[in-house]
Design a protein around this ligand. Structure first.
Ligand SMILES: [Ca+2]
Length: 351
């Protein structure tokens, strides 16, 4: 009996230590200050990524400063408002691009915006603040070198921010404001002809491959990472009125269809919060570089019909690194399980 008791105590201690070790990063690190830039329209993984980020905030690992929309679709920012409100964060500043070379529709944004309560009195995109003004106001208020900028859509707003001039919020131009306030940019944007690079090719060229390019380290993640992390079918296990589940329901055209789906954007958000300073996602990936992403906007070499084919020049002084799977530690099932736990996370007080 005594031995059994000691064993069970040891097992309990071991379990407690494992829990503490898993939570250690969150307990010892300051929350990561994040601006999330999303094209909440064409692909449903953006809804999952915003849910993931708000879960990480509820766990004390992230501090969401603003959410900006990079697709001028009427319902995208209203959908963001609904998701933020659902997770108990109705006050997060939201902005949207008003014009772009891109104008994709959505199979879920309007439905989510209309099914769930929203906090802003917005009837359409016309009522939503302009995104660059929101970014400049938020950045101006932050300590230096403290903001992680995360893009999970085309690079329209990254370029727009760089191109912005002094305003009522800051005397700095966009380039210098970014250099002063941002510590890194994590971009779900892959090499060669990935949509987020080629969708708004002039913006990508300006942001990554121009004399006035983004002045902080940039970490990009390719298409292949999210492709290998699948979670969608598991979302059918959530309560029927869960907002992430509803987004998948509309995007996939009903419950009878296959909900399996890549996790491009969720993986990028996860990495931005847990992939630095000893965070658990740091080991999942290997980084290619440093160097510079080069963008050829002179030839139409994209499967999407836009110019903007990219390449990578290695350079020890470069600021760009491309994230790839570490063949020894990348466990797609493990990462998928982590992302599912975050997407289904319900902050206290939420249904
Ligand atoms: Ca996206």
């Amino acid at each position: 009996m005594m031995i059994q008791h000691k064993n069970s105590v040891s097992a309990l201690l071991l379990a407690a230590l494992l829990v503490c070790a898993a939570a250690g990063h969150a307990q010892t690190q300051e929350p990561v200050n994040v601006i999330l830039d999303t094209d909440m329209a064409s692909d449903v993984d953006d809804a999952g990524a915003l849910a993931t980020l708000l879960a990480l905030e509820d766990l004390g690992e992230a501090n969401v400063l603003a959410v900006g929309v990079s697709m001028p679709y009427n319902w995208s920012a209203l959908c963001v408002d609904a998701i933020n409100t659902y997770y108990g964060r109705p006050e997060i500043p939201i902005g949207t691009v008003k014009e772009s070379v891109l104008d994709h529709g959505s199979r879920y944004a309007e439905e989510i915006a209309n099914e769930f309560p929203r906090s802003r009195d917005w009837d359409s995109i016309d009522d939503v603040p302009e995104v660059i003004d929101v970014y400049r106001e938020v950045l101006a208020q932050q300590p230096d070198d403290s903001v992680t900028f995360v893009t999970i859509g085309p690079l329209t707003n990254a370029a727009g921010l760089l191109q912005s001039g002094p305003c009522e919020h800051s005397d700095l131009d966009g380039h210098d404001l970014v250099e002063q306030k941002v510590i890194r940019w994590v971009a779900m944007a892959g090499n060669h002809n990935e949509f987020n690079m080629t969708g708004d090719a002039p913006a990508s060229k300006y942001a990554l491959d121009s004399p006035n390019r983004w002045p902080t380290p940039v970490l990009t993640s390719g298409h292949g990472i999210g492709t290998n992390i699948r979670t969608g079918e598991r979302l059918k296990n959530l309560p029927e009125d869960n907002i992430v589940r509803r987004a998948w329901y509309h995007y996939k055209g009903g419950e009878e269809n296959d909900w399996d789906h890549p996790n491009y954007d969720q993986a990028a958000v996860h990495y931005a919060v847990r992939g630095f300073d000893g965070g658990p996602a740091e080991d999942y990936y290997e980084l290619i570089g440093p160097g510079w992403i080069r963008i050829d906007d002179s030839e139409d070499d994209s499967r999407h019909g836009y110019v903007g084919y990219t390449d990578f020049d290695h350079d020890p002084d470069g600021l760009h690194r491309m994230k790839d799977q570490d063949p020894d530690t990348f466990d797609q099932d493990k990462i998928g399980a982590e992302l599912y736990e975050l997407m289904k996370h319900n902050p206290e007080g939420v249904q």
